[in-house]
Design a binder for this molecule. Structure first.
Ligand code: FES
Ligand code: FES
Length: 136
């Protein structure tokens, strides 16, 4: 199976790799795993006083598509509101990276990770919501 150029680009030059201090009130951390392959993705957002995501970081232990998906998502969420970030769909990630069907779950991981990061941030602000978990 051939990886698309965009996957290879993000894989070779991943954007925003790293960690933020998970204990900070302005940081939301999402940690998700894919049951099928055992890959793990950690995605963090830093939210400013206006509710805008001003920075994002990720660490992914997984395949090239998972790394590319998380790298892409950290780029997409910057400058977005939390509500806008929640609208990012795995299908858009898969389309942008031209992921083949067998790699779709890697993009689901990225969508789940951003949702989990937003939920964690909101929980810290005392925002109660119903959370959904897991991919497929
Ligand atoms: Fe990987 Fe479903 S097959 S999360
Ligand atoms: Fe599991 Fe890509 S093969 S995240």
């Amino acid at each position: 199976m051939a990886y698309s150029d965009k996957v290879l680009d993000h894989y070779d030059n991943p954007r925003n790799v790293g960690s933020m201090s998970a204990g900070d009130d302005d940081v939301g951390t999402g940690m998700v795993g894919a049951p099928a392959c055992g890959d793990v993705m950690k995605l963090q957002i830093k939210v400013n006083a206006e509710g805008i995501i001003e920075d994002a970081k990720f660490k992914t232990y997984g395949c090239g598509s998972a790394i590319a998906s998380s790298s892409l998502v950290t780029e997409w969420v910057k400058g977005k509101s939390l509500a806008e970030a929640l609208e990012i769909k795995n299908t858009a990630i898969a389309e942008e990276l031209a992921l083949p069907p067998v790699k779709i779950h890697c993009s689901i991981l990225a969508e789940d990770a951003i949702k989990a990061a937003v939920a964690d941030y909101r929980a810290k602000q005392g925002f109660v919501e119903e959370t959904e978990s897991g991919a497929c």
